[in-house]
Structure formats: C-alpha cells, structure tokens
Design a protein around this ligand. Sequence first.
Ligand code: ZN
Ligand code: ZN
Length: 431
Amino acid sequence: MRQSSEPFKVESDDSMSDDDEGIFVSPTRPSESTRLPADGELTPTNLDPNGDAIVIIPGKNTSTSPAKSFRVSTHVLGLASKIFMQIFGPRHFSAPGTPRIRTIEGVHHRATLDDDDPIAMEVILGILHFKVPEAAAQMDARKLANIAIHCDKYNCTRVIKPYLADWFKEANTILPTTSILPSTGPTSVADDDSSDSDDSDSDDSSDSEDTKLSEQLGFLLLAAHFFRDEKQFKHFSKVVVQNLTPTFSAEWEKDALLKLLSRTMKSKLVDKVKKCQGYLRNDLESGISRLLGHAETHKVRGDLCGKCGVVYSTLPTTRECSDCEFTEFYPSYCSKDSRVGEYVENMKRFGLWSSKRFERCPVSQLTRKVAKLAENIFDDEVHECDGRDKCPLRLELTLLNKAFMKRSDSLEGISLFPLQKSRKRQRDEAN
Ligand SMILES: [Zn+2]
Ligand SMILES: [Zn+2]
C-alpha cells in the first residue's frame, strides 16, 4: 500500500531511480506554476530575518489552501530533518543553477513545494523556527491530519511532539458530546426513534451530522496514525467503533486524505462494529425466550374491552366502550404472552426491531435507546402491573440495558497500524 504518496506526489530528482514513490521533494526542478506571484511581489512570512532561502507553497490558491511563502534558515531545517537536509543541503541547494527569487528584501534561493498543504507547512516551519503561528492555536481535525502527514513526509514528528497532547485535546472537544459515549443518566433518543413500520430513510436529517462525525473521527485517526501515537490511535479507533455504522468505510474512500487510511485497518474496524451490533441484536432477540420462561401473571390496573382490546383504567359511566360501543369488559393481566407482545411493541417504537434499522444505528445510539426504554418501562403510564419492580418485563429491560452498556463499554480500539514506507524513503532514512 502506498499510503502517503498520491495526494502529495512531487517531482522526482534526476539522480534518483524510477521507483520514487513521491516522498522526496527536489528543489532542482522548480515549478513554473503560474499560480505563483511574480518576483519582487512576493512578501514571505519572515521566520528568520537572516534566512537564506524562500520556501513557496502554492497550495490550491483557495481560502482553505492559500498560497504561502516563508523566509527560512536552511541550516535550521537541515538540523530538524534528514529529508529537509536532502532538499536544502549543500548537494542541491548551493549548486550552480539553483533557482533564485527576488523579493523586496533581495535575491534568495528558492524552493517550491508544489504538493504540500500551505497551512500545515506554516505550522511546521513556524515551530521549527520557534515562531508558532496562529494556525497552530486553532486546531481542528483536518488540519491536524494534514500536519501529521507532512511531519511524516519530512520526518520531523519528534520536533512537533511537545504540541501533540494539546492539539489532540482541542480536536477532541469539537466532537459532539452526545455522540461519544452512551450516557448512564437520563437519556434522550432525540428524534430518531420513529416506528419500525417506517422503514424508509426517515432519519436522513441526521445523515449529514453523522457524515461530519465520521469525517472528523477519520481525520483524528489519520493524525494519530501518521504521528505514530499509539495511545491516541487506540482511543480514536475505539470512538469510531462505538459511534459509527459500517458505512464510514465507504465515506472515508471519498476523501483524498482519508483514503490514506489502509483498507485492512478500515475493514478491521468495520468488523468490530458489525460484530458488536450482532451481539446486541442477539441479546435483544433472546429477551423473548427469557420472557417466555416466566409463567407468572400479574393484574394490570384497569379493564379490557372484550371486543377491541382497549384498556380503561376507569370504566366509562355508560359502561360502553367509547371506541366500539361494546359493553363487556374483562380484567387485564400482565402475562407471558402480553409481556412478549409489549416487548416487541416497545422495540418497534424505538426502531430496534427491524434489522435494517438496527444496523443503521451505531453501538452508542443502540445503547442509548435501550437505556431510554428501560427507564420508560418503570413509568406507570407505560406499564403498570401489581408485579411492580418484580414484573418480568421490567426486569428483562433492566437486564438488557445492563448488557448493552457492558458490551459498549468493553469495546476496544485497535493497535497502531504499521506505516507503509516507500523503498526510497527507507533508503533516505538509512543514509
Ligand atoms: Zn372496544
Ligand atoms: Zn408487568
């Protein structure tokens, strides 16, 4: 797998063989890109007032990828990374014919990094020159992933490391708290608990939000992967398994950055989600056989219309069913059969009965729904029988809630995946 090559492919050095996988950036054949400002118009960010080179990063020249240029010290860059040493070292950079650029401050050597992200490089080059830019203070998941990819590309993660804990912390807070872990307290199932009878895509409204969460988590996982941060990788892969449905894998394929996550890694995560959903589904279905194991009957408050089955807590004064005008009423019971019926009804009401809808729910959401159900069943308006807290239906939903919580809590992330390196990169690092 060529993980870090595609979107960052750069021109190869003539002296290198054809198996270049795009890691190495050569300044010997500068881009003639028309996106660049003309000589003399360039006002680079001054990272070192005595800097001996101008680094130009054209980006896509859009608001999210604005062209940037920096006055840097090639000596500082060479100390920070062997890859920078290769680009800016004497072998290439001081050689005759090296491209030069005129700025308002004079004539300098220049290097154009065509395929790099200007904002990620602004953060990295700034930190290397002890000038932390504003862009580093407002971290988000995509930016963090981009910085990680560039740190890996230029082999300078160790210089950035002191900032990582804070960046991950900041990026973590942008995740919607309701989507992370199932709450143990009173819960809300939001607007997504429409009945199972509606099997269409009725919950499309939350789709864009889900996609956003899936993207954010993908970027954070990608960042942890390229920073080689075992702890964060384990953490975010766990959050992925708890909070996404298996469709995340296809969504990540659509994004140029997220595509860099290996397919094996993605399928491992998808397997974990599906496996957990399968266990939960099994817990839920086996509830029926457990309910059938309880033969006792409890009196339910109210009387049942003998024709239409409506239950009246107080009979109408006319002693006539207001729905069907039938006049015979019978006592109503919480029995083995009624409990199974009520159990299935409740599952349908919360969108848990149809397997299609079940699979479209992340583990955290399934757990929240069952927690809500278990809480509801103790409401006398929902189910009142003289079995009180010993009613098998109430006991079963309490047990089911505990089982769901336990499965969700015990989910684990995966270990850091190996970084795929190109042969050329391995050679560079060995030198
Ligand atoms: Zn009736
Ligand atoms: Zn009962």
